[in-house]
Design a protein. Sequence first.
Length: 279
Amino acid sequence: MPYQGLTTVEVEVEGRIAWVYLNRPEKKNAMNPTLHAEMLAVLEELEADSGIGCVVIGGRGGAFSAGQDLKEFFRDLSGDPVAQKKAQRNANDWRWHRLEVFDKPTIAMIEGVCIGGAFTQMIACDFAIAAEDATFCLSEINWGQIPGGLVTRVLTEALGYRDALDLCLTGRKFDGTEAAKLRLINEAVPAADLKARTRALAELLIGKDPEAYRATKHALRYVRNIPVREAEDYLAAKIGELRMRAGSGAQETAIRQFVDDKSYRPAESSYTSVSDKTK
Protein backbone atom coordinates (compact mmCIF):
# COMPACT_ATOMS: atom_id res chain seq x y z
CA MET A 1 0.00 0.00 0.00
CA PRO A 2 1.35 3.45 -0.89
CA TYR A 3 -0.16 4.95 2.26
CA GLN A 4 2.03 3.09 4.75
CA GLY A 5 4.88 4.71 6.66
CA LEU A 6 3.02 7.96 7.30
CA THR A 7 3.57 9.62 10.68
CA THR A 8 1.08 12.50 10.64
CA VAL A 9 -1.59 11.30 8.19
CA GLU A 10 -3.70 8.15 8.15
CA VAL A 11 -5.60 6.76 5.15
CA GLU A 12 -8.46 4.26 5.33
CA VAL A 13 -9.96 2.94 2.11
CA GLU A 14 -13.57 1.80 2.30
CA GLY A 15 -14.82 0.64 -1.08
CA ARG A 16 -14.16 3.61 -3.35
CA ILE A 17 -14.04 6.15 -0.51
CA ALA A 18 -10.65 7.24 0.87
CA TRP A 19 -10.92 8.58 4.42
CA VAL A 20 -7.86 10.78 4.93
CA TYR A 21 -7.24 11.80 8.53
CA LEU A 22 -4.86 14.42 9.86
CA ASN A 23 -3.24 12.33 12.59
CA ARG A 24 -1.71 14.46 15.32
CA PRO A 25 -4.48 14.05 17.91
CA GLU A 26 -2.25 15.12 20.80
CA LYS A 27 -1.98 18.53 19.07
CA LYS A 28 -5.61 18.63 17.90
CA ASN A 29 -4.18 17.96 14.43
CA ALA A 30 -2.27 21.23 14.25
CA MET A 31 -0.41 21.17 10.95
CA ASN A 32 3.39 20.98 10.93
CA PRO A 33 5.80 20.77 7.97
CA THR A 34 5.80 16.96 7.99
CA LEU A 35 2.01 16.83 7.80
CA HIS A 36 1.94 19.24 4.85
CA ALA A 37 4.48 17.14 2.94
CA GLU A 38 2.65 13.89 3.69
CA MET A 39 -0.76 15.30 2.74
CA LEU A 40 0.59 16.54 -0.57
CA ALA A 41 2.04 13.09 -1.34
CA VAL A 42 -1.16 11.30 -0.27
CA LEU A 43 -3.40 13.49 -2.44
CA GLU A 44 -1.16 12.92 -5.45
CA GLU A 45 -1.49 9.16 -4.95
CA LEU A 46 -5.25 9.27 -4.43
CA GLU A 47 -5.87 11.43 -7.48
CA ALA A 48 -4.06 8.88 -9.66
CA ASP A 49 -5.64 5.81 -8.00
CA SER A 50 -8.40 4.58 -10.32
CA GLY A 51 -9.97 2.63 -7.46
CA ILE A 52 -10.74 5.79 -5.48
CA GLY A 53 -13.91 7.69 -6.33
CA CYS A 54 -14.12 10.22 -3.48
CA VAL A 55 -11.77 11.65 -0.85
CA VAL A 56 -12.96 12.65 2.63
CA ILE A 57 -10.65 14.77 4.79
CA GLY A 58 -11.10 14.63 8.55
CA GLY A 59 -9.06 14.50 11.71
CA ARG A 60 -8.23 11.90 14.35
CA GLY A 61 -8.96 12.30 18.04
CA GLY A 62 -12.21 14.20 17.63
CA ALA A 63 -10.73 17.31 16.03
CA PHE A 64 -10.55 18.50 12.44
CA SER A 65 -7.53 20.78 12.90
CA ALA A 66 -6.34 23.52 15.25
CA GLY A 67 -4.63 25.27 12.32
CA GLN A 68 -0.90 25.66 11.88
CA ASP A 69 1.41 24.37 14.59
CA LEU A 70 2.70 27.74 15.84
CA LYS A 71 5.92 26.27 17.20
CA GLU A 72 6.90 23.84 14.46
CA PHE A 73 5.59 25.79 11.47
CA PHE A 74 6.56 29.31 12.54
CA ARG A 75 9.07 29.52 15.38
CA ASP A 76 11.21 26.46 14.51
CA LEU A 77 11.52 27.52 10.84
CA SER A 78 12.21 31.20 11.45
CA GLY A 79 15.98 30.81 11.08
CA ASP A 80 15.85 28.54 8.02
CA PRO A 81 14.44 30.39 4.98
CA VAL A 82 14.79 27.37 2.69
CA ALA A 83 12.83 25.06 4.99
CA GLN A 84 10.34 27.86 5.64
CA LYS A 85 9.71 28.35 1.92
CA LYS A 86 9.31 24.62 1.33
CA ALA A 87 6.85 24.24 4.19
CA GLN A 88 4.80 27.22 3.02
CA ARG A 89 4.72 25.89 -0.53
CA ASN A 90 3.62 22.41 0.57
CA ALA A 91 0.97 23.89 2.85
CA ASN A 92 -0.62 25.95 0.10
CA ASP A 93 -0.18 23.26 -2.54
CA TRP A 94 -2.24 20.57 -0.85
CA ARG A 95 -4.71 22.78 1.00
CA TRP A 96 -5.66 24.88 -2.00
CA HIS A 97 -3.87 24.40 -5.32
CA ARG A 98 -4.34 20.61 -5.26
CA LEU A 99 -7.75 20.41 -3.61
CA GLU A 100 -9.33 23.27 -5.55
CA VAL A 101 -9.15 21.38 -8.85
CA PHE A 102 -8.82 17.82 -7.53
CA ASP A 103 -10.12 15.47 -10.22
CA LYS A 104 -12.42 13.61 -7.82
CA PRO A 105 -15.10 14.62 -5.32
CA THR A 106 -13.76 15.92 -2.00
CA ILE A 107 -15.56 16.36 1.32
CA ALA A 108 -14.35 18.02 4.52
CA MET A 109 -15.75 16.19 7.56
CA ILE A 110 -15.46 18.51 10.55
CA GLU A 111 -15.74 17.68 14.22
CA GLY A 112 -14.14 19.23 17.28
CA VAL A 113 -12.13 22.30 16.31
CA CYS A 114 -11.55 23.95 12.95
CA ILE A 115 -9.29 26.92 13.55
CA GLY A 116 -7.27 29.37 11.45
CA GLY A 117 -5.36 27.72 8.63
CA ALA A 118 -7.71 24.71 8.69
CA PHE A 119 -10.30 26.92 6.98
CA THR A 120 -8.26 26.69 3.77
CA GLN A 121 -8.68 22.97 3.14
CA MET A 122 -12.27 23.09 4.40
CA ILE A 123 -13.20 25.74 1.83
CA ALA A 124 -11.15 24.09 -0.93
CA CYS A 125 -13.12 20.85 -0.63
CA ASP A 126 -16.21 20.54 -2.82
CA PHE A 127 -18.42 19.93 0.21
CA ALA A 128 -18.10 20.45 3.95
CA ILE A 129 -20.21 18.75 6.60
CA ALA A 130 -19.74 19.49 10.30
CA ALA A 131 -20.99 18.30 13.63
CA GLU A 132 -23.44 20.77 15.11
CA ASP A 133 -21.18 21.20 18.13
CA ALA A 134 -17.96 21.69 16.15
CA THR A 135 -16.03 24.85 17.06
CA PHE A 136 -14.86 27.25 14.35
CA CYS A 137 -12.60 30.25 14.92
CA LEU A 138 -10.31 32.58 12.99
CA SER A 139 -8.14 33.43 15.97
CA GLU A 140 -5.25 35.15 14.20
CA ILE A 141 -6.22 38.66 15.24
CA ASN A 142 -6.02 37.50 18.87
CA TRP A 143 -2.29 36.81 18.52
CA GLY A 144 -1.37 39.82 16.41
CA GLN A 145 -1.65 38.31 12.95
CA ILE A 146 -3.99 38.22 9.95
CA PRO A 147 -5.52 35.00 8.59
CA GLY A 148 -2.60 34.12 6.37
CA GLY A 149 -1.82 31.52 3.73
CA LEU A 150 -4.91 31.79 1.57
CA VAL A 151 -7.52 31.96 4.31
CA THR A 152 -8.36 35.64 3.95
CA ARG A 153 -8.73 35.34 0.18
CA VAL A 154 -10.79 32.16 0.04
CA LEU A 155 -13.01 33.25 2.91
CA THR A 156 -14.26 36.17 0.79
CA GLU A 157 -15.45 33.64 -1.80
CA ALA A 158 -17.19 31.46 0.76
CA LEU A 159 -18.93 34.20 2.77
CA GLY A 160 -20.59 37.55 2.37
CA TYR A 161 -18.41 40.61 2.90
CA ARG A 162 -19.83 41.56 6.33
CA ASP A 163 -19.65 38.01 7.64
CA ALA A 164 -16.03 37.68 6.51
CA LEU A 165 -15.15 40.91 8.30
CA ASP A 166 -16.97 39.77 11.43
CA LEU A 167 -15.12 36.46 11.72
CA CYS A 168 -11.69 37.88 10.86
CA LEU A 169 -11.88 41.03 12.99
CA THR A 170 -13.49 39.62 16.13
CA GLY A 171 -11.72 36.26 16.32
CA ARG A 172 -14.87 34.89 17.93
CA LYS A 173 -15.85 31.23 18.18
CA PHE A 174 -18.97 29.85 16.50
CA ASP A 175 -20.44 26.40 16.17
CA GLY A 176 -21.38 24.11 13.30
CA THR A 177 -24.99 25.25 13.31
CA GLU A 178 -23.97 28.88 12.75
CA ALA A 179 -21.39 27.81 10.16
CA ALA A 180 -24.20 26.20 8.16
CA LYS A 181 -26.36 29.33 8.45
CA LEU A 182 -23.45 31.43 7.18
CA ARG A 183 -23.04 28.90 4.29
CA LEU A 184 -19.43 28.36 5.29
CA ILE A 185 -20.33 24.67 5.23
CA ASN A 186 -23.07 22.75 3.45
CA GLU A 187 -24.77 21.37 6.53
CA ALA A 188 -24.43 20.63 10.23
CA VAL A 189 -25.60 17.33 11.71
CA PRO A 190 -25.53 15.72 15.16
CA ALA A 191 -22.03 14.48 15.92
CA ALA A 192 -23.24 10.88 16.10
CA ASP A 193 -24.51 11.12 12.51
CA LEU A 194 -21.49 12.88 10.99
CA LYS A 195 -19.68 9.93 9.42
CA ALA A 196 -22.85 8.27 8.15
CA ARG A 197 -24.02 11.50 6.51
CA THR A 198 -20.58 12.04 4.99
CA ARG A 199 -20.54 8.47 3.66
CA ALA A 200 -23.98 8.92 2.08
CA LEU A 201 -22.85 12.08 0.30
CA ALA A 202 -19.64 10.41 -0.87
CA GLU A 203 -21.58 7.50 -2.34
CA LEU A 204 -23.93 9.92 -4.12
CA LEU A 205 -21.00 11.79 -5.66
CA ILE A 206 -19.23 8.60 -6.72
CA GLY A 207 -22.32 7.80 -8.79
CA LYS A 208 -21.83 10.88 -10.98
CA ASP A 209 -20.01 10.67 -14.30
CA PRO A 210 -16.38 11.30 -13.25
CA GLU A 211 -15.35 13.30 -16.31
CA ALA A 212 -18.47 15.48 -16.14
CA TYR A 213 -17.88 16.00 -12.40
CA ARG A 214 -14.29 17.06 -12.98
CA ALA A 215 -15.20 19.46 -15.81
CA THR A 216 -18.09 20.99 -13.89
CA LYS A 217 -15.95 21.59 -10.81
CA HIS A 218 -13.19 23.22 -12.83
CA ALA A 219 -15.70 25.37 -14.70
CA LEU A 220 -17.41 26.62 -11.55
CA ARG A 221 -14.11 27.41 -9.87
CA TYR A 222 -12.76 29.34 -12.83
CA VAL A 223 -15.71 31.38 -14.13
CA ARG A 224 -16.38 33.02 -10.76
CA ASN A 225 -13.63 35.57 -11.33
CA ILE A 226 -13.66 36.28 -15.07
CA PRO A 227 -15.86 38.53 -17.25
CA VAL A 228 -18.97 37.07 -18.88
CA ARG A 229 -17.55 37.07 -22.44
CA GLU A 230 -14.42 35.24 -21.31
CA ALA A 231 -16.55 32.83 -19.28
CA GLU A 232 -18.61 32.04 -22.37
CA ASP A 233 -15.48 31.17 -24.35
CA TYR A 234 -13.99 29.20 -21.47
CA LEU A 235 -17.12 27.12 -20.94
CA ALA A 236 -17.33 26.31 -24.65
CA ALA A 237 -13.70 25.19 -24.56
CA LYS A 238 -14.35 23.17 -21.41
CA ILE A 239 -17.20 21.32 -23.11
CA GLY A 240 -14.83 20.56 -25.97
CA GLU A 241 -12.23 19.26 -23.52
CA LEU A 242 -14.84 17.06 -21.86
CA ARG A 243 -15.77 15.53 -25.21
CA MET A 244 -12.12 14.85 -26.01
CA ARG A 245 -11.50 13.22 -22.62
CA ALA A 246 -14.74 11.25 -22.39
CA GLY A 247 -16.01 10.97 -25.96
CA SER A 248 -19.70 11.32 -26.74
CA GLY A 249 -20.70 7.92 -25.35
CA ALA A 250 -21.74 9.13 -21.91
CA GLN A 251 -24.11 11.78 -23.23
CA GLU A 252 -25.54 9.44 -25.86
CA THR A 253 -26.06 6.70 -23.26
CA ALA A 254 -27.79 9.11 -20.87
CA ILE A 255 -30.10 10.46 -23.58
CA ARG A 256 -30.98 6.94 -24.74
CA GLN A 257 -31.79 5.82 -21.19
CA PHE A 258 -33.99 8.88 -20.68
CA VAL A 259 -35.70 9.23 -24.07
CA ASP A 260 -35.86 5.63 -25.33
CA ASP A 261 -35.55 3.33 -22.32
CA LYS A 262 -37.21 5.71 -19.86
CA SER A 263 -35.06 4.06 -17.22
CA TYR A 264 -34.09 7.20 -15.31
CA ARG A 265 -34.91 10.89 -14.88
CA PRO A 266 -32.01 13.38 -14.94
CA ALA A 267 -33.57 15.49 -12.17
CA GLU A 268 -33.77 12.48 -9.85
CA SER A 269 -30.66 10.36 -10.40
CA SER A 270 -27.62 9.71 -12.59
CA TYR A 271 -27.67 7.55 -15.68
CA THR A 272 -26.15 4.07 -15.55
CA SER A 273 -22.76 3.86 -17.25
CA VAL A 274 -21.28 0.74 -18.75
CA SER A 275 -18.73 0.56 -15.92
CA ASP A 276 -21.56 0.72 -13.36
CA LYS A 277 -23.28 -2.26 -14.96
CA THR A 278 -20.14 -4.38 -14.83
CA LYS A 279 -19.47 -3.83 -11.11
